[in-house]
Design a protein around this ligand. Structure first.
Ligand code: MN
Ligand code: MN
Length: 466
């Protein structure tokens, strides 16, 4: 089925709206470079629209009724937002789900070391990356340092114009004869992804007093103490993420694309948030939900990943608050729900055409991409949407005049990937993978089409309204 480039059919008004949505999205990308920052930003936007925190509502015994807007947060790293409908929750919800963690380089728990006159942070990468792509580009550090006194210090350095940045160095080409013959997986070793953070020793007088041997490391510690009020041991309880520094930018002479860090999967997460928060105040029949989860890139594990009971627990609380405390009603609420598991698709890249099968590839600027199934090598590990549900989705999208395409991730037996869909499917609900197609996914800077971002918001809105 041939799909045209969306820009061909867009009116001036469409282009203006797409530009507006993308402007808003780029700001969110710049502010949300970690899962914690994404949660904080989404909560801030939701509270502006009158969303209330569910557990404080329950604690205060406040009433909950149709049209109410509620949210819950798990450990500052995943969050869920609801707009209640006229029908009871046990009739099911329309759920938009996306993940807000992105591939990056994490700082180890004993990170700080000095070697031959340089100070470094030792790291362990997070998610599937081509390691060589993450060297020699300006990096920022985002995250938190939790102290024993219970305070949590926020860190964000490398983003404003007068901030310093950091870098993972790579070998100069002049001496790289041997390195250049290695396989790409071995060109840069995981343990060599360490971050260069200093080269100036602590001032002589101070150093002499303390008889410091590692004067450069000591200087970094002094600066960390000044900036954040922390000592070296506090890094044991830190979550510091090294991410590409700088803002998302328009891409191309025609400005039709966006180059940015973390499109996977924030391009689906923020467009889902926009779709829910922008629902007009008319009350829908079914309850609406937007779920933002952590840890997808490393297998959905842990207390903040999709595999945790966070979402189910929150739904149980909501059912108890709006209907009655009943396990069977909770199960019905989940089983009767339908979901768009929104995650990015592999955008067809003409320069690497051989790994794609063109008829079933997602193309940039050809609309919201649906993947009936995911998985790899004989659909192993796939969540496979039911044909009847796919038909329902087609009708919803066509009725709202949303542009979409159906695709799978690469040629058969070449690759594949998973999402959060299979975990929600375990409740027996209808789930289909959908999302924006991305070029050079999992690279420090990824590419999306502005038209697809706009269609995503339109598609998610149509899904919520259906
Ligand atoms: Mn993803
Ligand atoms: Mn990914």
């Amino acid at each position: 089925m041939k799909k045209d480039n969306l820009w061909v059919s867009y009116t001036k008004e469409d282009r203006k709206k797409a530009e507006e949505v993308c402007g808003r999205y780029k700001k969110c990308l710049d502010q949300g470079k970690t899962e914690r920052e994404c949660v904080a930003l989404a909560v801030e936007m939701a509270e502006e629209r009158g969303y209330r925190e569910l557990y404080s509502v329950i604690k205060k015994g406040e009433s909950v009724k149709a049209g109410d807007k509620l949210y819950a947060v798990q450990m500052d790293k995943s969050a869920v937002f609801f707009q209640l409908g006229k029908k009871p929750l046990s009739d099911g919800m329309n759920i938009l789900g996306a993940h807000i963690d992105s591939p990056r380089i994490d700082i180890k728990q004993n990170p700080l070391y000095e070697k031959d006159g340089f100070a470094y942070f030792d790291t362990h990468y997070y998610g599937g990356i081509k390691k060589y792509q993450w060297t020699t580009i300006p990096m920022a550090i985002h995250g938190v340092i939790a102290k024993k006194d219970g305070t949590v210090v926020r860190v964000c350095i490398g983003e404003s114009d007068d901030d310093p940045v950091f870098v993972i160095t790579d070998l100069l080409v002049h001496l790289a004869g041997e390195q250049m013959t290695k396989k790409a997986t071995e060109v840069v070793a995981g343990e060599n992804l360490d971050l260069l953070i200093g080269n100036c020793p602590i001032e002589q007088s101070e150093a002499l007093e303390k008889e410091e041997k590692e004067a450069i490391k000591e200087n970094v510690l002094r600066i960390l103490a000044d900036m954040y009020g922390i000592e070296e041991e506090d890094l044991l309880s830190a979550e510091l993420e090294i991410v590409p520094a700088g803002k998302a930018r328009d891409l191309g002479f025609d400005r039709s694309m966006i180059l940015g860090y973390g499109h996977d999967d924030r391009v689906c997460a923020f467009t889902s948030v926009f779709a829910l928060l922008d629902m007009a105040d008319d009350i829908t029949d079914r309850a609406l939900c937007c779920l933002l989860v952590d840890k997808e890139e490393i297998g959905n594990v842990g207390a903040t990943g999709m595999a945790s009971h966070f979402f189910e627990n929150v739904v149980a609380e909501l059912v108890a608050a709006t209907e009655r405390d009943s396990q069977i009603l909770v199960r019905r609420a989940l089983a009767n729900s339908r979901m768009l598991s929104s995650d990015v698709s592999a955008g067809y890249d003409p320069l690497y055409a051989s790994v794609f099968e063109k008829n079933n590839s997602a193309f940039l600027a050809k609309g919201l991409a649906f993947n009936k199934y995911t998985g790899s090598r004989g659909k192993r590990g796939a969540s496979d949407a039911n044909a009847e549900y796919v038909a329902q989705i087609r009708k919803i999208m066509d009725d709202a005049d949303v542009m979409y395409q159906f695709s799978e991730l690469g040629r058969v037996d070449v690759g594949g990937g998973g999402t959060i869909a299979h975990i929600m499917a375990e409740y027996g609900m209808n789930v289909i993978d959908s999302g924006v197609s991305v070029m050079n996914m999992h690279a420090p800077y990824e590419v999306v089409s502005k038209a697809d971002v706009y269609e995503a918001v339109r598609g998610y809105t149509a899904f919520l309204r259906a």
